[in-house]
Write a new protein. Structure first.
Length: 328
């Protein structure tokens, strides 16, 4: 558009100069008119050259921006229209780089997830096949058949638990779940969770002590927070010895309501404090126990989406204390 306006402007000046040249007899005016025409034409071609130069520079800069091996000039930081355009180009390129990194990370996460799922599913499926083949034999005694049925059901239950956990994890990671965050009473929530883990604790003769405090509330989704607390309690029961006690206390500060769960279990090594909340992580010392390493990961993800979090303090061999923080 600027090039068209400049062309029209030069043509206008040239036309005026022609009219003046033929309408006057003054030699001086004719010379000045010719000089004015020449200057106008010179300015016109100078502008075209400058415009082409800027276009070439911008083209060169764009190619360099997307070429990681090229060096950039400092034009972007000058106070000109050209520099503003260069800045926008560079900003767009940075956004593309960020999206590219996210895509690569997402692909790596999916690959890792598929690998872990395959590993976790492989064992129970193999066991189910073995027990099914054994039950198909005709030479089994009644007692042997009952034992194999029990073991088969255990593997089916393990596979069912695994798939249910993976579905929950997938729903959380893909943001399919919509949390219904509202004010809830912590004591009532804890009573519900304890009812769900009661049979697990009873099998190991583990006593669960809950300090009664009906005046503490927080903002959270009732259903999913019960899931988060259940995972912690189940973990405490699993790794505690028989005839021990798990205590649950509540407190609050300015910003958070706290649930403090302390067990008398095997404890956690300090170097594993962060690892236990990672997906599929299982410490070397608990490899013989049933589990797939999803429970505490789900707890952390649920609390994070409620703007809360969880911490752990432990002394290996002497038990652990998990503290759940829920926004008030």
């Amino acid at each position: 558009m600027n090039k068209i306006i400049a062309t029209l402007y030069v043509l206008f000046l040239f036309s005026i100069s022609i009219i003046i040249f033929f309408s006057t007899n003054s030699i001086l005016i004719k010379c000045l008119t010719i000089l004015n025409s020449l200057v106008s034409i010179f300015i016109y071609y100078l502008n075209i050259f400058s415009f082409k130069s800027k276009i070439n520079h911008l083209t060169h800069y764009i190619f360099n921006t997307f070429d990681k091996t090229a060096t950039q000039s400092n034009k972007e930081y000058e106070e000109t229209i050209e520099s503003k355009l260069l800045h926008q180009i560079n900003k767009y390129k940075q956004e593309l780089d960020i999206e590219k990194e996210k895509t690569i990370h997402s692909k790596q996460e999916i690959q890792s997830l598929v690998t872990h799922i395959s590993h976790q599913v492989k064992t129970p499926l193999a066991n189910i096949k073995i027990f099914n083949d054994l039950l198909a034999r005709n030479d089994l005694s009644k007692e042997e058949a009952i034992d194999f049925h029990i073991m088969l059901n255990q593997q089916i239950n393990k596979l069912d638990f695994l798939m249910e956990s993976l579905i929950k994890m997938s729903r959380l990671e893909t943001d399919i779940i919509q949390l219904n965050i509202e004010k809830n009473d912590l004591y009532s929530t804890l009573i519900e969770v304890i009812n769900h883990v009661f049979l697990l604790a009873e099998k190991k003769h583990i006593n669960i002590e809950l300090s009664k405090n009906t005046h503490i509330s927080a903002l959270y989704d009732e259903k999913w927070t019960q899931e988060a607390i259940f995972n912690v309690l189940e973990n405490c029961i699993k790794y505690s010895n028989k005839n021990t006690t798990i205590t649950i206390q509540m407190s609050k500060n300015t910003f958070f309501s706290k649930i403090i769960i302390t067990d008398q279990g095997i404890g956690i090594k300090k170097e594993n404090y962060n690892n236990i909340f990672q997906r599929f992580y299982r410490a070397q010392e608990v490899q013989d126990e049933d589990g797939i390493g999803i429970g505490l990961y789900l707890t952390r993800e649920i609390l994070s989406r409620e703007e809360g979090y969880i911490t752990v303090q432990s002394e290996y061999g002497k038990g652990s204390t998990f503290t759940i923080y829920l926004k008030r």
